[in-house]
Design a binder for this molecule. Structure first.
Ligand SMILES: [Fe+2]
Ligand SMILES: [Fe+2]
Length: 394
């Protein structure tokens, strides 16, 4: 039968465990743009491939982190428990199921990246791992166990579920994601063992120990938060880097036939409908986009019926309007530019603008935009910044 003392200790551990769980819950890491990007389905499969192949550096070294804690642990019972965690990491009997091998397999099968060990690991990836390892080697046992318990193993199921759900939403079969689903199930048990080590090492209920635990949890989550932000920043700059690479290589495409879309006729049937709106008031228009191969210049056709206008809006891209037919007034900020066929009007980035058909025929404007540039920056799609109908002035 359990002694009163032992029962009291367990209750007190549960109470204090709740305190740390809510400390984790309130940490800013849960607003991290990478995790939010997964939740909002912003990432493409290749983006996940990049993130997870970088994460492989950490995963491959994870048993070193566990070993650093084990080295600090002076209680042989807990060292046995930690060896059990290591044994699971090692895939138990089957070496091919060792966790780092499961991840190697997933990186190759799901993302088509051969030789995960040859990944070009970023400096910030290596730095993140080294900071974790150095902290665990140099701090005291309470902090080491808190860092690796609540701050690491305890958050793995939630963090991996962002990646898992994001990949499933992209159509990846769940059975390819064994590495993730396995950790979503088993790391809770791992964290319980490690958290018990921290609480036992604290001895009596002293506030200074609890603060040390919170400091270590915060350090672990902050390092990871910073690392995920770096990964996300790189994801954002990748399209722009590709574009810059095309410009700076000073070479034409090897073969023009690789380019689909060297020619199009400018009418609404030849393109793809992009956007349209009409309401009871004066707004009525259609925008068509053309499938040409250009990287930066994105041509569109704007058509506005007699007596109508498009909605006031603004966006990241700049536009050159060339009037094909009809007459109208282009409103840019507080300027009014009267236009007829053959005229050209310039709409700078981010200026509120709209165009009204003031003539007796359909107003057709060829808008040459640099949307191919602005879409390289995350969220800079036209739709994101188009004013909501409720904000539209008529
Ligand atoms: Fe693992
Ligand atoms: Fe516009």
């Amino acid at each position: 039968m359990m002694s009163m003392n032992k029962q009291n200790t367990q209750h007190s551990q549960q109470r204090i465990g709740t305190r740390f769980a809510s400390f984790v819950e309130k940490h800013p890491i849960w607003q991290n743009p990478l995790l939010q990007g997964c939740a909002n389905n912003e990432l493409e499969i290749d983006d996940y491939g990049f993130v997870i192949s970088q994460h492989f550096y950490y995963s491959r070294g994870f048993t070193r982190l566990l070993s650093a804690l084990m080295m600090q642990c002076d209680n042989d019972f807990y060292r046995v428990e930690l060896s059990h965690n290591l044994w699971e990491e090692a895939g138990e009997e089957e070496q091919e199921n060792c966790h780092s091998n499961l991840l190697r397999r997933m990186i190759t099968e799901t993302f088509g990246l051969e030789n995960p060990d040859q990944t070009q690991f970023r400096d910030y990836t290596v730095q993140y791992f080294n900071e974790c390892l150095n902290y665990l080697k140099n701090c005291d046992l309470v902090r080491a166990a808190a860092f690796l318990g609540w701050g690491t193993e305890g958050v793995v199921p939630r963090i991996y579920s962002y990646l898992f759900n994001g990949l499933v939403a992209k159509g990846v079969p769940e059975d390819e994601l064994l590495y993730l689903s396995l950790h979503m199930e088993c790391d809770d048990e791992h964290s319980e063992v490690i958290e018990a080590i921290a609480l036992d090492a604290c001895g009596g209920d002293t506030e200074s120990h609890w603060l040390a635990i919170e400091e270590a949890i915060d350090h672990s989550l902050t390092l990871r938060d910073r690392y995920f932000k770096k990964l996300y920043e790189e994801l954002q700059s990748q399209p722009l880097n590709t574009l810059v690479g095309q410009v700076t290589k000073a070479q034409p495409y090897a073969d023009l036939t690789q380019l689909s879309g060297l020619y199009t006729h400018v009418d609404s049937q030849s393109g793809v409908p992009l956007y349209k709106n009409s309401n009871d008031q004066r707004v009525s228009f259609e925008v068509t986009r053309f499938n040409v191969a250009s990287e930066v210049i994105d041509p569109r056709l704007l058509e506005i019926p007699v007596g109508k206008r498009n909605e006031k809006h603004r966006h990241a891209h700049e536009s050159i309007f060339y009037v094909l037919s009809g007459e109208g007034v282009v409103h840019v900020g507080d300027k009014e530019i009267t236009v007829k066929p053959g005229d050209l009007a310039y709409v700078p980035r981010w200026y509120d603008h709209y165009t009204a058909n003031t003539g007796n025929a359909l107003l057709k404007i060829l808008a040459l935009t640099d949307y191919g540039l602005t879409r390289c920056f995350a969220n800079n799609t036209e739709r994101s910044y188009r004013q909501q109908p409720s904000n539209v002035a008529v």
